[in-house]
Design a protein around this ligand. Sequence first.
Ligand code: GCO
Ligand code: MG
Length: 408
Amino acid sequence: MSIESVDVVITSPGRNFVTLKVVTSDGIVGWGDATLNGRELSVASYLSDHVASMLVGRDEDRIEDTWQYLYRGAYWRRGPVTMAAIAAVDMALWDIKAKKAGMPLYQLLGGASRDGVRVYAHASGTDFEALTNAITGYRELGFTAVRVQTGVPGLGQIYGVSAAGPGVRYDYEPAKRSGDRPAEETWDTRQYLNHMPGVFAKIREEFGTDLRLLHDGHHRMSPIEAARFAKDVEPYDLFWLEDCTPSEDQAALRLVRQHSTTPLAIGEVFNTVFDYQTLITERLIDYVRSAVTHTGGITAMKKLLDFAAIYGIRSGIHGPTDISPIGMAAALHLDLAIHNFGIQEYMPHNEQTLEVFRTSFTFDRGFLHPGDEPGLGVELDEEAASAHEYTKAYLPVNRLLDGTVHDW
Ligand code: GCO
Ligand code: MG
C-alpha cells in the first residue's frame, strides 16, 4: 500500500483554512491542518508545488521517515511555512494510521491519561462590566479557566478584546479582511502596566479564588517591564502569564523569573524544539504553548512535550480559531495521552466552520474530549468547503502612540 494522491483544500468559512488531503491506494483518507494565519497561500504552495509529488508512491506507514525526509531533505530548516507544511503531512499520516488500526489516535499515543482535557476560554471586554459579563457567561457554560484581556483606557481597539460589546463572545478573530494591507492598532505599554493589575484585583474580588485566570501579554513588554508586570499580578494567582516578552529572545525570561513566581507560558510563534532549548533546560517557563500545526505535527510535538516533561514543564497547546478543527483534534489527542498535560486553549469555531469540518468533540463542564472515532475524528466536507472562497486576511500591525511599529 502507498500514498496515491495528495491535494490541498483552501476554504474560508468565515476565516481561511488550508487543509491537506492524503489518500492511500486502498482509499483511506487522512487530513492535516496547514493553516498559517495571514500567510495561508505560502503553505498551500509549499505543499502543492513542492511536497505533493514527493509523497505519491511512498509507504504511508513510515511517518518518522517521512518527517525526516521532509525536514532534513529540504536542507532549509525550520520556519513557520516549512513546519506548517510538514505538520499537515504528519497529521494526515497519523490520521491514516489510526484509521487503519480502527482506533482514535490517542490510543496509539499510549491511551488516555485522563477522562477529559481542561480547556480555557477567551473572556474579554472593552471595559470591566463587559469583561465580567463575559467571565460570568463562560462560568455558566461550565468553564473552569478563562483568559482575561480587556481594553486599556486611552487606547482604542487592542489585541484580544472583542469589539462587539458586552456578553459572551465566541468569535473574537484577530485576522481582518482589510483588503491589501493589514489593519493597524495602537499601543502604549506604560498605560497597560498601570491599568492591568487593578483589573485582576477586581476580578478576584468579584469571582473568588477558584477560577483559573490566564493572561496574554502578546510579546509587547521588554524584559524589565515583564518582570514588573509578573510581580505586580503575583497576588492574583494567575494560572499563567503568556508571551510576556518577544519570544525569540529566550534569555529575556531569566530576568522575569528572578523577580516573580507568576507561572510563564511561551511558544505559539515557535516552530521547533530548538526554540525552547534554553527555556526548558533552565526551567524558565512552566508551559509550552506551541501549536501542533506550526511545530511539525504530532511527531515533533510529542518529542517536544516529552523533553519538557523531564524538566517538570507542562503543555498548554495553542488552540485559537486559526488552528483548524483538524489541528485542534491533533492537540486534543496529545493532551489526553501525555502525562505532563497542563491546559488546552479552546476558542470554539463558528457554525460555518463546523459545517465544513465535522468533528466528534464533546464538551462537558469545562473539559473537552476528541471523541472515539478512528483517526483524528475530523472529516472535511469538500462540497461544503468549496462554497467558501479564499479571502485575503491579515493580522493587524501594531504602532506606539508616536507611530513606531511595535510587536503586535
Ligand atoms: C492566543 C494567541 C492568538 C494569536 C493568533 C495569531 O494566545 O490564542 O495569541 O490569539 O494572536 O493565533 O494568529
Ligand atoms: Mg497567545
